[in-house]
Structure formats: structure tokens, C-alpha cells
Ligand binder design. Structure first.
Ligand code: CA
Length: 228
């Protein structure tokens, strides 16, 4: 399982993150400041870093810059109490991959950790791999839909990623912008119709009648919702 390094000086938050990541199956190292974090990386390179900005000593921006300067390419998810756009831009310019503003839900952070690792081609912990939708089965590990007659239809990369997120929020509307951000990444803006086009193609694979969807529903003015 991937190794996650948490660089965070608030003990309660660090412990909560650590427990949850370990529960998901990740190996976790915690560093309470930037120097410790850089030292931990020299000792054992992590596959992903969760990095607080406001740290005693050198701040998260500087840690991020030094990590990239040292040639480390793993995803870095920045945590910040400040939500200002300027911080976000600065973090991304210094080579961070994603940015979460405190307070955040652990579930959201875990989802972003999985998404970042997946983009980096790393394995991801504890996911529900098979799920029944109407008369079909989605098999995310093999990226296929199994039809009632057992025939299999392959899912494209983006189709699988969209399904993964809809499954996480089954029964709830998922905003189009959340899909864009988590799959394509913060600061990347593919064409507006990109998500919609993948949904059309998913419906052809999952719905008995793609023109009258019963499972992948449009949530008006918001995005999409999966109903099993
Ligand atoms: Ca802090």
C-alpha cells in the first residue's frame, strides 16, 4: 500500500488524519514541522504528501518548493486554513497537486488522496470494486460493465473515474465541478461538455434504455446522481 507522509503541526488533526489513512490501509508517517518532513522524505520517500501551509519554522510553501527542487515527484496535497485564491495559486505554482481548505471533511480528503494517487499511477486503498446497478454489474478493478447475459463492455479511464465518484455519493447529486476537479485536477479546465459526453457514453453501457436513464440521472443545474 502507498506510503503517505503527513506534515502537520496540529496534533489532533494529524492524529485524525493518520488514524483514518491507516484504517484505509495506507502506511503513514507523521512529521510535526517542515524540517522533520524533509528529513522523513530523505529517510523514506513517501508516495504522497499531505502538507499543511502554516507550520512552525519553514512553511508549507517552502517545504513544497524544496521537495520539488530535490526531484521528488509524488503528489502533494496542501492543507490550508486560508482560503484565499492567491495561496492556492502559489501552492500550485510551487508544484502542489491539489489544495484543501480547512475545515475539510476527512472523507473529502481521503477521496482526494485516492484521486491523486490514482493520477500518479499508484494503488489505492480499500475501494468497493464491484457494484450492482439495475441488471448490470460495474467492475471497477477490471474497468468493465458486466451485462445480464455476462457479456462485458469495457469502461474508459474517465468513465471509470466518474463512476467511482458517483458510487461514493450514491443517491446524492454530485456537482459537475467536483467531477472536473477530482478527475482532471484543480486548475485544469477541460471543455464544459467533457463530463456530459462521458455520461452519455456511460448511459449507453449501463442503462437498458439510454434515452430514459434510470440509474445515471441528471440533477438539474448541478450535475449527476447514481441510483442503484
Ligand atoms: Ca498548522
Amino acid at each position: 500500500m502507498p506510503h503517505v507522509l503527513i506534515i502537520e503541526d496540529e496534533p489532533d488533526l494529524a492524529m485524525g488524519l493518520r488514524d483514518n489513512l491507516e484504517f484505509e490501509g495506507y502506511t503513514v508517517t507523521h512529521a510535526a514541522d517542515g524540517e522533520q518532513g524533509l528529513a522523513a522524505m530523505r529517510e523514506a520517500a513517501a508516495d504522497l504528501i499531505v502538507l499543511d501551509i502554516m507550520l512552525p519554522g519553514i512553511d508549507g510553501f517552502e517545504v513544497c518548493r524544496r521537495m520539488r527542487e530535490a526531484g521528488h515527484t509524488m503528489p502533494i496535497i496542501i492543507l490550508s486554513a486560508r482560503g484565499q485564491e492567491i495561496d492556492k495559486v502559489r501552492g500550485l505554482e510551487l508544484g502542489a497537486d491539489d489544495y484543501v481548505t480547512k475545515p475539510f471533511s476527512l472523507r473529502e480528503l481521503l477521496a482526494r488522496v485516492s484521486a491523486a494517487l490514482r493520477r500518479a499511477g499508484q494503488p489505492v486503498a480499500n475501494e468497493q470494486a464491484r457494484i450492482n446497478v439495475g441488471d448490470r454489474v460495474i467492475d471497477l478493478t477490471r474497468q468493465k460493465v458486466v451485462l445480464p447475459d455476462k457479456a462485458e463492455v469495457p469502461l474508459g479511464y474517465y468513465e471509470s473515474e466518474i463512476l467511482r465518484i458517483l458510487i461514493e455519493h450514491v443517491g446524492e447529486a454530485v456537482h459537475r465541478s467536483e467531477l472536473l476537479e477530482r478527475i482532471w485536477g484543480t486548475g485544469v479546465y477541460p471543455a464544459d461538455r467533457t463530463v456530459d459526453n462521458h455520461i452519455v457514453s456511460l448511459r449507453r453501457k449501463l442503462e437498458p434504455d439510454a434515452k430514459k436513464p434510470r440509474h445515471i440521472l441528471t440533477a438539474h443545474a448541478v450535475g449527476y446522481k447514481l441510483v442503484l
